[in-house]
Ligand binder design. Sequence first.
Ligand code: ZN
Length: 322
Amino acid sequence: MKPGVQDVRADAPDPLFEQLTAYAGRPAATASSGKDPVNAPMIRHWCEAMGDTSPAYRGPGAVAPPTMLQAWTMRGLSPGPEPDDGTGRSPAYDELLRLLDGAGYTSVVATDCEQEYLRPLRPGDLITYDSVIESVSPRKTTKLGTGYFVTTRMNVRANGEPAGTHRFRILKYRPVERPTHRKAPLRPRPVINRDNAGFWAGVAEHRLLIQRCTRCATLRFPWLPGCNACAGQEWDTVEASGEGTVFSHVVMHHPSFPAFDPSGEGGPYAVALVELVEGVRIVGNVVGLPYDKVRVGLPVRLEFQRMDPDLELPVFRASEGG
Ligand code: ZN
């Protein structure tokens, strides 16, 4: 079926598969309608995002790019509180997923989709669709884990006429168990190249170096091969005094990344954009303060922290209690 996918003992009885396959042919969504008719603004935004400049999608007589088929049926990020908001999702699909969750196949990944186009869509077309659970595969083992491929087929109509089909396949799987005793993970290594080697040479000497254009004196950070202000290519450096303030920050809750969590418990951590007194901004960790005490405007001071034998990084210590 797919590279790296194997049947799990095709001859072994699989009562769950018998249960799952009974859902094939049942509706996944019925009598649903697109939130908006096919329209020129969505077509334009899509073409801009995709870099598609075909004249077929512009001006009078324009059609929608066929691959937008699914766009007209999407519920959006805020589907609304009412249970029946016209999207008509059937209980059968939820039931199928619950059955898989209950059997331990709790992870999901979208694997592929296939579309078939039966008629062009034009601005003004009203979209309706229904969706059916087309098939459930026998149990398969992939690199991600063992599970079942579930394929749904959406039939899309425009003004009541068949316009296309959209087949969508997911793998519901039980993740492969990873060995738990592994060496403490290391932070990702910086990519050092000709354009930024000077910065990392500075870090090695505990100096935070900012590039300065020798033509127009504009400071720049991160390091770049040329000046964004005057396009000059010659530069020297200024050493940052180390004083700065938190310009903005985010708190990372998920996904946790072990190398960023010395306690190994996957706790949240703050990532700050620090504005140095010289005027440029740099991303880094704020240390000496709990993540929830980091705030915009917090004064911080540069220091260098050894992360592991091969990596030292500039970090920012809060110079007041928050
Ligand atoms: Zn310049």
